[in-house]
Design a protein around this ligand. Structure first.
Ligand code: BTN
Length: 150
């Protein structure tokens, strides 16, 4: 009995700790940086999951001077994906004729860090329908949080 008691105590604490563990929620709000060095700030997410923010790209397909550009998006609010939601947003570039749409998911990784895994389509403006075939680029970006909200 004397040897069994510490084992039971450890088992009880382990199960208790597991039972009490709370799933960390991935939130889009705040400042993010991606693998290209672009910065994104999501300033508000409303009750319907509609969000707005700004995007400062580190790169451009144009020869124009890069400027801060607005973004608008939507977060999926379905009950079974509350902690790691899917989302989409559009960046209307202020300094070019292009538009980029991003789609992705907000994950909490194995270290408890939030990460946004995204794919994007960058649509450039072309002068003629004959050039439509070369107007869209596709890629992926991974965003990590720049600064905590605290
Ligand atoms: C343009 O060049 O017309 C506008 C800027 C496009 C920047 C693209 S959007 C996808 C990729 N991810 C980034 O952070 N920047 C580039």
């Amino acid at each position: 009995m004397v040897q069994v008691t510490p084992f039971l105590l450890v088992l009880f604490l382990a199960l208790g700790a597991h039972g009490l563990s709370v799933e960390k929620k991935c939130s889009l709000l705040g400042r993010w940086v991606n693998d290209l060095g672009s910065n994104m700030t999501i300033t508000t997410v409303n009750g319907n999951g509609v969000f707005v923010g700004s995007y400062h790209t580190a790169v451009t397909a144009t020869s124009n001077e890069i400027q801060l550009s607005p973004l608008q998006g939507s977060l999926q609010k379905s009950p079974n994906q509350k902690s790691q939601p899917t989302f989409g947003f559009t960046v209307r570039w202020s300094f070019s004729d292009s538009i980029t749409v991003f789609t992705g998911q907000c994950f909490v990784d194995e270290y408890g860090k939030e990460v946004l895994r995204t794919m994007w389509l960058l649509r450039s403006h072309v002068e003629s329908i004959k050039n439509d075939w070369k107007a869209t680029r596709v890629g992926t970006n991974v965003f990590t949080r720049l600064q905590s909200q605290e």
